[in-house]
Design a protein around this ligand. Structure first.
Ligand SMILES: Cc1cc2nc3c(=O)[nH]c(=O)nc-3n(C[C@H](O)[C@H](O)[C@H](O)COP(=O)(O)OP(=O)(O)OC[C@H]3O[C@@H](n4cnc5c(N)ncnc54)[C@H](O)[C@@H]3O)c2cc1C
Length: 371
């Protein structure tokens, strides 16, 4: 893999870099930096571990992988710029990560149903402005005999032809392989503390791992989501990060002799993502629950989608469910992208859309290192 953006060069003052956190954000950042020629070590106790869905998961392990880059109300500002850049970078990244043994694909399109007359009007305005990005009206959706009914779409909706979904577990498998290919060392440990060494030692960074091992680096990029605050506080950088839980479920539809024909890769109804899988499974997610305790009510509300869920969905059984933890900045918009001091960069607290924004944020880190 070569540097996809030749305007980013390497900073020769930073030979070796530690990336703390190996979720989608840390892994894409480590890969980007290795591609630019840095010596990179990625540190995370969860690296290469199989996912245990009965435990509280990290954001990446829990994610549904929906990429919603073009359906966004605002068309200015940092968030919009990151979304657009990521949507440009994703196809290139997918084609570089995908191999015969671990294929990776962006499944499209994404359909969003309007909840009200007002929302339908806003969608129409967006479609006019964004037809060049693949947005169009949802017209004449008529299910065939074999297709499962959609939720009631009283107010219509939009189709976003270039948005969709990437399987996040496959993505992580591909990223881990690419990190090996680029000789990124992986350390299956937690970083317990981080300190700046004195000038006599070139102000390098010293990381202590939970097995007491010490690492010294020229530069550190923190991508530790909810774990970032504790690493930063002793350094005098106060960035409070709150927990926001997300629950998701996989339903199995009892044999109804129907299939997913006519369904998009992602259908969004009342803010809930519905993702068809195999012939008779459906992923539903995700709740947004501040704090660290899950609520059954939130799960039921999500599944019922304000009374619009089709009958077949109500009779489906829950195959499995899981909960992931997101880190949300308490005092400013997500994510935290900060160049804090020489050789200390934050790319963290992606409480939503972290999968979507990963390539653009990894690219941003590469630019910051040469400033
Ligand atoms: C249920 C659910 C569904 C979601 N669906 C989507 C979706 O469809 N599309 C989308 O774009 N986003 C989605 N998100 C959000 C997305 O998952 C997150 O934005 C993204 O995964 C954040 O990635 P991350 O790498 O920053 O964090 P994480 O994946 O949480 O990774 C952080 C890593 O840091 C490690 N770590 C923490 N502290 C330390 C330390 N001291 N030392 C070493 N390592 C440390 C942790 O072990 C962890 O692996 C969803 C989230 C949830 C919960």
């Amino acid at each position: 893999m070569t540097n996809s953006n030749p305007s980013i060069k390497r900073n020769n003052h930073f030979k070796n870099i530690a990336v703390i956190g190996g979720g989608v954000i840390g892994s894409t950042t480590a890969l980007q930096l290795a591609t630019l020629g840095y010596e990179v070590e990625i540190i995370d106790p969860e690296l290469n571990q199989s996912t245990n869905f009965s435990k509280l998961l990290t954001g990446t392990q829990a994610s549904l992988g929906v990429l919603m880059g073009n359906v966004f109300r605002r068309n200015t500002g940092r968030s919009w710029a990151l979304r657009q850049r990521s949507m440009e970078l994703w196809p290139k990244l997918i084609s570089k990560l995908s191999t015969q043994t671990s294929p990776l694909k962006l499944y499209t399109p994404l359909v969003q149903l309007a909840r009200s007359e007002h929302e339908a009007t806003l969608m129409n305005e967006l479609i006019i402005k964004r037809s060049h990005l693949g947005l169009e009206h949802l017209t004449n959706h008529s299910p065939t005999k074999v297709s499962r009914l959609w939720p009631k779409a009283k107010y219509g909706g939009l189709i976003s032809n270039n948005d969709g979904r990437i399987n996040p577990l496959n993505l992580m498998v591909c990223l881990m392989k690419a990190l090996d290919k680029y000789k990124v060392s992986k350390v299956n440990r937690k970083v317990s503390s981080l300190e700046r060494l004195p000038s006599s030692q070139n102000k390098r960074w010293q990381l202590q791992l939970d097995n007491k091992r010490i690492l010294q680096k020229d530069c550190v990029v923190i991508c530790a989501a909810i774990g970032s605050e504790a690493l930063l506080k002793p350094l005098g950088h106060h960035y409070p990060i709150e927990s926001v839980l997300g629950q998701a479920i996989r339903l199995t539809i009892k044999s109804d002799f129907k299939n997913w024909s006519g369904w998009p890769a992602v259908l969004i109804n009342h803010g809930v993502n519905l993702i068809p899988e195999n012939t008779n499974q459906l992923l539903i997610g995700a709740t947004l629950e501040p704090g660290i305790t899950t609520s059954n009510t939130a799960l039921t509300t999500m599944r019922e989608m304000h009374g619009s869920s089709p009958e077949w969905m109500q009779f489906a059984s829950i195959e499995n469910k899981w909960t992931g933890i997101r880190g949300k900045p308490s005092n400013e918009p997500a994510p935290l992208l900060k160049n804090l001091e020489q050789g200390l960069i934050l790319n963290t607290a992606h409480y939503r859309n972290g999968i979507l924004l990963a390539p653009a944020c990894a690219e941003w880190v590469g630019y910051e290192l040469i400033k």
